[in-house]
Design a protein around this ligand. Structure first.
Ligand code: FES
Ligand code: FES
Length: 691
């Protein structure tokens, strides 16, 4: 409780309540303390909007609203929407349109929609967009959710919405996707914002399907639109301790000494962890299939910090406030070291050496901060460049991006009734969590049970062991349940992000065909290199395979800097590499006076072709021969060109003046899910006794 205890009376979802709250307590935390778990926390700073509730019918950010300020008022949360098990039409519409993917933002969106439709039963698309714009979403996006609001409005007005149907076309032998009779409003005129239904085109050689291509309500959509407490973030265990992390204010420093005596003496503090009292066991935090690629360049706590936000100490205490107070009592004596945050400078002789410890193995060139150097080649690249009609070189840069999954990293650990350590965590890699933390905490893997509930977004950042080892160690040391979570700020400083890349391409063209391609791909892996090898290799493979030049060369360096570490991120390196290739192909088309679409289409990997670099660039190891066996890229191109009105807009935008101008571009991409020869899939069919 923060501030003076104050009694307030209010109405929650129609039910009168009298609560004692602190004068500075925010409504978000008070509601969650009273188990209104539909009210989510994404930032606690008023930015994301997913904590939206209605106060006297108006949407407010509950993290920015003091609980004492709603005394005497009526508060509505998603828990109050459904009646007697019947969903509210807004909840139905979110299910039907697929408006809830991870679902963490969904209750906030539903409350924003309710506020709009209560005051405006027939909103325009623009009004829906405006009303919903304050609630961020990182996975569904906004088309389906805005569609849900319009559909809910029709339901509430008593109109027949009917089942949601995609546009389906079955092509004959004589037709191509370009012939599919799309309605005229499928052409996206400038300013047309109306959500459109999905299009499903079935080529002539494919039989009509019973299920694929038809809308299906997600099996778990109901619990999401009801705002049920299905995430690790919603997990509280009776009597649990709250952990907090002390992190480095320095980009690069040695810890000369650390004094935790005052923190340990604070009543209510049960454990303090530092490099002095945890074993020095090397590991890599990336959740990757064993044998895990090196280097094992991390320990739970080190006497050196390598980025702002690096771990220094952890405490477990009776309350979050006490844990924070204990952190402030820890005295750390740092020796600041020179730091380097630019990967090109980090590779130069004389740059600060970030991993100078002797017990990390597997770094390619520690003195130059190069974690990995990769080379792969097919054909005779130099000869092909020499024989090309035209050779173009260019360099591009992709910045660091954070995943910003709306549910932060959160882990709760406790000893289960069968003396197994339960790790309840927001992760994408539960089996890797168990394997990786077992040696760090000194518990046999068989005695560790990892539970991965639904996660509120991960996008690769939860393919990493971020909090689990520390939280589990605190439970081992105290015997108590412990909860550890990151703040939004810590997500940026201390979790992971995408690799910023320097992307240098050289492409040779002969008779309109790409005959030679060379990619130098420099990745800044930050302070640790858990995904450095694999992200770079995938970037090279996917980047160069889209156009699959017969003579291709890939050279890559992954480099340590004193930036926060990087990891798995949507696309896993392919996005960065393909971005560069798409731009250089457009530049070549312009230079040669070619139609960019046809130039790219002419060069795309075709069905039946082997992917030439597949064997040389596996994921962290030698790969497998692969070939493209099916593809609908031609159909996608045809439809994409039509619905975007590509050529008409390109012509219209060509002769603009003024500071602000519009443009339209064309890009293709390839993406892979799963790792050849490594990942497995299986299905089990079970007949129940009820038939
Ligand atoms: S705006 Fe309240 S939690 Fe983000
Ligand atoms: S569904 Fe919106 S954040 Fe995941």
């Amino acid at each position: 409780m923060r501030g003076t205890p104050t009694q307030i009376t209010l109405t929650i979802n129609g039910s009168p309540q009298t609560w004692t709250v602190g004068s500075r307590d925010m409504l978000l935390h008070v509601l969650r303390d009273h188990k209104y778990f539909s009210v989510k926390q994404g930032c606690d700073t008023g930015d994301c909007g997913i904590c939206t509730v209605l106060v006297d019918g108006k949407p407010v950010r509950s993290c920015m609203t003091r609980a004492v300020d709603v005394a005497g008022k009526s508060v509505q949360t998603t828990e109050g929407l459904s009646q007697n098990g019947e969903l509210h039409p807004i909840q139905e519409a979110f299910m039907e349109t697929g408006g809830a993917q991870c679902g963490f933002c969904t209750p906030g969106k539903i409350m924003a929609a309710k506020a709009l439709l209560d005051r405006n039963p027939d909103p325009t698309v623009e009004e829906v967009r405006e009303a919903m714009s304050g609630v961020l979403c990182r996975c569904t996006g906004y088309v389906r959710t805005n569609d849900a609001v319009l559909r809910a409005a029709r339901k509430l007005r008593g109109e027949d919405t009917g089942p949601l149907q995609p546009l389906r076309f079955f092509l004959t032998e004589e037709e191509s996707a370009a012939d599919a009779p799309l309605p005229e409003d499928y052409r996206r005129a400038d300013g047309d914002l109306k959500p459109l239904p999905p299009v499903v085109i079935t080529p002539p050689d494919m039989p009509a399907t019973e299920v694929v291509g038809k809308p299906e309500i997600k099996v778990d959509a109901r619990k999401l639109v009801l705002g049920r407490p299905v995430y690790a973030f919603d997990k509280y265990v009776d009597g649990m301790l709250y952990a907090a992390l002390l992190t480095s204010p320095h980009a690069h420093a040695r810890i000369i000494d650390i004094d935790t005596s005052a923190a340990e003496a604070l009543p209510g503090v049960h454990a303090v962890l530092t490099y002095k009292n945890v074993p020095r066991i090397k590991y890599a935090s990336g959740g990757q299939s064993p044998p895990q690629p090196p280097p094992y360049d991390q320990v739970m706590f080190d006497n050196k910090v390598r980025h702002v936000g690096d771990r220094v100490a952890a405490v477990a205490a009776e309350t979050p406030e006490l844990a924070e107070k204990a952190l402030r009592l820890i005295k750390v004596k740092y020796e600041a070291l020179p730091h380097v945050i630019d990967p090109l400078e980090a590779m130069r002789p004389g740059a600060p050496v970030i991993h100078d410890e002797e017990d990390t193995e597997g770094i390619y060139d520690a003195q130059r901060n190069i974690v990995f150097h990769i080379e792969a080649e097919v054909g005779d690249v130099d000869k092909a460049f020499a024989e090309a009609d035209y050779v173009h070189e260019a360099e591009y840069y992709t910045p660091k991006q954070q995943h910003v999954h709306l549910e932060p990293h959160v882990t709760i650990t406790w000893w289960g009734e069968d003396d197994r350590l339960v790790v309840y965590t927001s992760t994408q890699v539960p089996f890797h969590v168990r394997r990786i933390i077992a040696p760090l905490i000194g518990v046999d893997p068989k005695r560790i049970r990892v539970i991965k509930p639904r996660i509120g977004g991960g996008f690769g950042n939860k393919q990493e062991i971020i909090l689990e080892d520390v939280c589990a160690m605190l439970t081992v040391r105290t015997g108590r349940a412990v909860r550890l979570e990151y703040s939004r700020k810590q997500e940026f400083y201390s979790s992971r992000s995408s690799h910023p890349n320097i992307v240098r391409y050289k492409v040779g063209v002969k008779d309109g065909k790409v005959t030679a391609a060379q990619l130098y791909f420099l990745g800044d892996t930050g302070a640790y290199g858990a995904h450095a090898l694999t992200v770079q290799m995938v970037g090279g493979f996917k980047g160069l395979t889209l156009y699959n030049a017969p003579n291709s060369r890939f050279i890559s360096d992954a480099v340590y800097t004193n930036q926060p570490p990087t990891g798995a991120f949507r696309g896993y390196g392919a996005t960065q590499a393909q971005y560069g290739y798409e731009v250089i192909m457009a530049e070549i088309a312009e230079k040669l006076g070619l139609d960019v679409v046809e130039f790219k289409r002419n060069n795309l990997l075709k069905v039946g072709e082997p992917m030439l670099l597949a064997k040389k660039l596996g994921e962290g190891r030698e790969g497998y021969e692969q070939a493209l066996t099916t593809s609908a890229i031609e159909e996608c191109l045809d439809i994409g060109l039509r619905v975007t009105d590509f050529y008409a807009k390109r012509k219209a935008y060509a002769n603009q003046t003024g500071r602000y101008r519009k443009g339209i571009g064309f890009a293709t991409t390839m993406h892979g899910s799963g790792i050849a020869g490594l990942d497995m899939a299986a299905a089990t069919i079970k007949m129940w006794d009820d038939g």
